[in-house]
Structure formats: structure tokens, C-alpha cells
Design a protein around this ligand. Structure first.
Ligand code: AMP
Length: 553
């Protein structure tokens, strides 16, 4: 298929807001595609070049793309920034730049999806010295072949932001419709493989049966099961009867695959973080039976107390000088579930999985099994809750002992009860440089929630308090890399990072497109264990708004 046909299709659906109509259009578009095109189109539609857990990445930042566009258009960066401000995004600016380019290629080849994929794969394979230059060259060549419309979508794809109003849910439903299979089945296959492109190809070739046969496999990460907020101890007990109570550790989630002599550790975003956690990897190898997938939490402990969660994330981010960090920030792994033991075991009840978990691990200094108490008694739960808080953790998890492990699901089988007020996880979309002493720092940040259906980001306000000077230094370094435009002291970012913020109240407000604003928002921490798509949605804001209303009356 020609890349032009894909770009034209994107253009044709960009203005559609009806979910049903979008699903229909996408379903029709993908129906007749052959396997490779189908795979690529599905990923491209959701703005991805590779599935999240794939170790390959383009490694093309905003700066590099600006350089390419400067080459293509023969214009200065300031001019491009001006266009972005006028038109609203780098995609539209690219379209205009390519329209105005003077360079004419004789006998230009028409870009196919396959060719674009090949170039992307080549770019992502480049490492080390000279790789940046080569990337600029390859991309300049690619834009040289592109029509203006193709350039618009190439840029958006490279920036992982297609702006089509098409979330993963719509693509999932379109796959189900195109190949006559159940939406739930597509969803489950996706949670297990974390690769919608692959799921589409299987649905097309082997239908329902093919999807049903997709099993959890060692070394392919599975979306993690998540928890809902429990209103109270009483609610949880009346919901489940007997509950399995565990501490809610204040650390970072990991999934560990250990088998066939290989060990891999995945973060909550399904990134491979094995190299950053060598001591955990080593000790798992010594203390755990091979052929398992474990689920648990990594925490940092010093002198018997958990260190703040940021330290754990610093370990996860670390690429160089890891061994120094092993001493500085000592980690422990608490296993609380098991998904695979020589075969998939997610459909077995939690109580049985727990028995299996206990049989495969021999505990050590760094590797532990999370303590679990089964009870119907409110006082028991309260006691465990207080113990957890006194030990420096967040609260408790209340789990249904009869429940299966449902990948990717935030359901009622797991309830979390936290001590602190519920906070919001919001996407950082812009910022403002500070004044006076802080003029070299980005000192306020603009936040947005997600719209789960469309994938759009809706602003809810700015946060300017709660930061230490050290936070601001670190954040400025991080956010400087992803500035798309400047306008006076204001900057816009590629939506990439999530902040956890506390607030006093959620208010209705016409000022932002979400329709809500936060009263007294305060920065708590950078959640770089969370993907943009995992930030809180407009639906959650609505729910919290209604809840606070209920509490007041
Ligand atoms: P939250 O991030 O607030 O939605 O809470 C869910 C997270 O709590 C999970 O993703 C885990 O990282 C973490 N967690 C800590 N202790 C446990 C536990 N015992 N069981 C399940 N999740 C836990």
C-alpha cells in the first residue's frame, strides 16, 4: 500500500468525532490489507512505530526533527517555530514546509508503507558515533520523497501523536468489526501480547480460534492487572466476603520473566529495565525456580525504612554507573502474584496462585514474598493498614482470593486503600520560564487529562507549587529536550511525561477544554513509570468531582 493512501485516509477521518463512524471507517480501511501493511497501519494509526515493550525506538527528538525540516525547507528554526505557533502543531508545519520546498527530485519514487517501515527500522538500528548525522540524512531523504500530506503524518508519527481522535479502544473495536470477532477477545489478546498490530494479523488470518489460542508466553510482557479505589474497609468486605490483605508498597511495579536461562524485568510501562536492576536479576536467578512470570513491587530500603519512591525511579532510569547506584539505593523485590509457572496460570484463583508463588521462591535479603492475610474482620484489616503506614508504605491492597489475574484490567478484584488523599496523574503539555532568580528554570507546568476514547489531551490548569529547587533543576533539564515551541516565556512540550498532583478541590471551569480546573494544585512527583495513555482521564475527573459534591452535601 502507498503511504499516500494511508495519509489520505488519516486526513479523511481527522475531523470525524463520532466513535461509531470512526470505527466503521477504520474497519473498512483495514479489511483488505495484506499482513505487513495491516500490522504497520494498526500501529501507525495509534501513533506508534513499535509496540511499547519492543526495545527498538526511533530515537528522534524534537531537536533532530527541527534540523531535518530546516534542511528540507531551507529555512531557519525560528521560522518553523513561528509556523508551529500559527498552525498549532509540527505536523501542519511540516506539510507547509514540504509544500514550499524548492528541491525537486526527478523520477521520485512513491513512498509505500513498506518503505517507510524500512527507513524507520534503519533509523532505530543506528547507535553510537555518527548516528545522529545519519538519522538526519535518512529523514531528510524521506521528507524529500514525501508529498505535503505525507509529511504531515510522518511528523506526527515520529512525534507519536497522530491527533486523529483515535484511541486504542477504537482501533480494537475496528479490528473486531473488520474480522468478525468479539471485541473482548481482541482486548484480551492485546493485553497478553501488548501488540495490537500482531493481534490484528492473527484476527485476520485465524479469527476467533486464533485469538483464543494466544497464550501468555515467557519473555513477552503482559499488561499488568490494576486496582480500583476502595471507599472503605466495610465496602471491600461486603463486596468480597473474605479478603486477602497485603501491604501496598510504595515502590515501582515490575514483571519478571525467568526461564530458558534468560531473565527479563519489565516496568509498569512494559519497558525492559533488566540492566538497571542487576542485583535483583542475579538474586532471582539464585532463589527462584525457572519457568515463571512473577508480578511484584520493587522498593528502595535504607536502614530498614523505605526510601521515597523517586529513588526507585532513579534506579529504573539509570543507564550508566549502575553499580554505584546499587550501593546508594539498595532495592528489594516483593512478589505478590504469579502469572505463569511452566504454563499460563492466570485463570486459577488468587488463593491457588499464591500457593504456587510460595512454592517457587525461597526468600532472601532482596527477594521477598509479600505477606498476605486472609480475613473478614474489619479490625484485622485496620491493623494491617496501620502497620503498613507505620512502616512507611502507602496503605493496603484488598484482593478477592477467588479472582483470576486479569491482564490490563482495573477491576473490582483488587481494591486499594490509601492513607493520603487521592491524587491525580496528569500529562504535562506546557510550561513557563520563571522570573528573577528562577529565570533559568521552567517553574510552572501546564497539565492535561486524557480523553480515553479519542486519545486527546484536555487541559485542566497549571501547577507552580510543591517543587523544591532541586526538582525544578531536574525537571527543567528533562523538559528542555521536548520543547516544541516558545512564545515569550511560555513553552509547549511533546506530551511525554506525567505529574502526580494533589489539589484542594476540583471545580467546573470554562477556562480549559476539559471543563474543569484544579484549586490549589501542588506537585507531588514525576510519574515516569506511567505512560501518557495511563494518565487520569476526563471520566475520572468527573467521578471525583461528583464524589466531592456528594461528600459536601
Ligand atoms: P496505583 O498506582 O495507585 O493505581 O496503585 C496500584 C499499584 O500499587 C500497583 O500498580 C503496584 O505498583 C502497587 N502495589 C504495591 N503493593 C501492591 C500489592 N501488594 N499488590 C498489588 N499492587 C501493589
Amino acid at each position: 500500500m502507498l503511504f499516500r493512501e494511508f495519509a489520505e485516509f488519516c486526513e479523511s477521518i481527522e475531523k470525524i468525532s463520532s466513535t461509531l463512524e470512526l470505527t466503521d471507517k477504520i474497519s473498512n480501511f483495514i479489511k483488505g490489507l495484506e499482513n505487513d501493511d495491516l500490522y504497520n497501519v494498526i500501529l501507525f494509526l495509534i501513533g506508534r512505530v513499535y509496540p511499547t515493550w519492543d526495545e527498538r525506538e526511533l530515537g528522534v527528538g524534537v531537536g533532530l526533527l527541527y534540523e531535518v525540516l530546516e534542511n528540507v525547507g531551507g529555512i531557519k528554526k525560528e521560522k518553523i517555530e513561528e509556523m508551529v505557533r500559527e498552525l498549532g502543531d509540527l505536523g501542519l508545519a511540516s506539510e507547509r514546509i514540504v509544500k514550499g520546498r524548492i528541491m525537486i527530485t526527478l523520477e521520485a519514487e512513491e513512498l509505500t508503507i513498506k518503505r517507510v517501515r524500512e527507513i524507520f527500522d534503519e533509523i532505530s538500528s543506528l547507535i553510537g558515533e555518527g548516528s545522529r548525522k545519519r538519522k538526519v540524512l535518512l529523514l531528510t531523504g524521506l521528507y524529500g520523497l514525501a508529498t505535503p500530506l505525507e509529511a504531515k503524518y510522518l511528523t506526527r508519527l515520529i512525534m507519536n501523536e497522530m491527533r486523529l481522535g483515535v484511541g486504542e479502544g477504537i482501533v480494537r473495536d475496528a479490528i473486531a468489526k473488520a474480522f468478525g470477532v468479539d471485541e473482548e477477545l481482541v482486548e484480551r489478546a492485546y493485553m497478553v501480547t501488548s501488540d495490537l498490530g500482531k493481534v490484528a494479523v492473527i484476527a485476520k488470518n485465524s479469527g476467533k480460534k486464533g485469538l483464543e489460542e494466544i497464550k501468555i508466553r515467557l519473555h513477552t510482557p503482559v499488561r499488568m492487572m490494576l486496582a480500583q479505589v476502595a471507599e472503605s474497609f466495610e465496602d471491600a468486605v461486603s463486596e468480597m466476603g473474605e479478603v486477602a490483605v497485603e501491604w501496598k508498597f510504595d515502590g515501582s511495579r515490575v514483571q519478571i520473566h525467568w526461564g530458558d536461562g534468560e531473565l527479563k524485568i519489565y516496568s509498569r510501562r512494559l519497558e525492559n529495565v533488566t540492566k538497571a536492576l542487576p542485583e535483583i536479576a542475579e538474586e532471582i536467578k539464585k532463589n527462584v525456580k525457572e519457568g515463571v512470570i512473577l508480578d511484584g513491587e520493587v522498593i528502595a530500603v535504607k536502614d530498614g525504612r523505605p526510601m521515597p519512591f523517586q529513588h526507585v525511579l532513579r534506579r529504573f532510569r539509570r543507564k550508566h554507573g549502575v553499580s554505584r547506584m546499587v550501593e546508594k539505593i539498595p532495592l528489594q523485590f516483593y512478589a505478590f502474584d504469579i502469572l505463569y509457572c511452566d504454563e499460563e496460570i492466570v485463570d486459577k484463583p488468587l488463593a491457588e496462585r499464591r500457593r504456587i508463588l510460595e512454592s517457587v521462591i525461597s526468600e532472601s535479603e532482596r527477594i521477598k514474598i509479600a505477606n498476605q492475610v486472609r480475613t473478614r474482620n474489619k479490625e484485622d484489616i485496620e491493623k494491617i493498614f496501620n502497620d503498613a503506614i507505620n512502616a512507611g508504605h502507602e496503605g493496603v491492597m484488598l484482593k478477592n482470593p477467588n479472582s483470576p489475574y486479569v491482564p490490563g484490567k482495573r477491576g473490582k478484584h483488587w481494591l486499594k486503600l490509601k492513607y493520603v488523599m487521592e491524587t491525580l496523574d496528569l500529562v504535562v503539555v506546557g510550561g513557563e520560564w520563571g522570573e528573577g532568580k528562577r529565570s533559568h528554570l521552567i517553574s510552572s507546568y501546564e497539565l492535561a487529562c486524557t480523553d480515553e476514547t479519542t486519545g486527546n489531551l484536555l487541559r485542566v490548569g497549571r501547577v507552580a507549587t510543591g517543587f523544591t529547587d532541586e526538582d525544578l533543576e531536574e525537571l527543567t533539564e528533562l523538559f528542555k529536550q521536548i520543547i516544541v515551541t516558545h512564545e515569550g516565556k511560555n513553552v509547549k512540550f511533546v506530551p511525554k511525561y506525567v505529574f502526580e498532583v494533589a489539589y484542594q478541590e476540583i471545580q467546573k471551569s470554562p477556562k480549559y477544554e476539559s471543563g474543569y480546573a484544579l484549586r490549589f494544585p501542588r506537585f507531588i512527583r514525576l510519574r515516569d513509570d506511567k505512560d501518557v495513555s495511563e494518565a487520569d482521564s476526563i471520566k475520572r475527573l468527573e467521578d471525583l468531582y461528583n464524589l466531592q459534591f456528594k461528600r459536601k452535601t
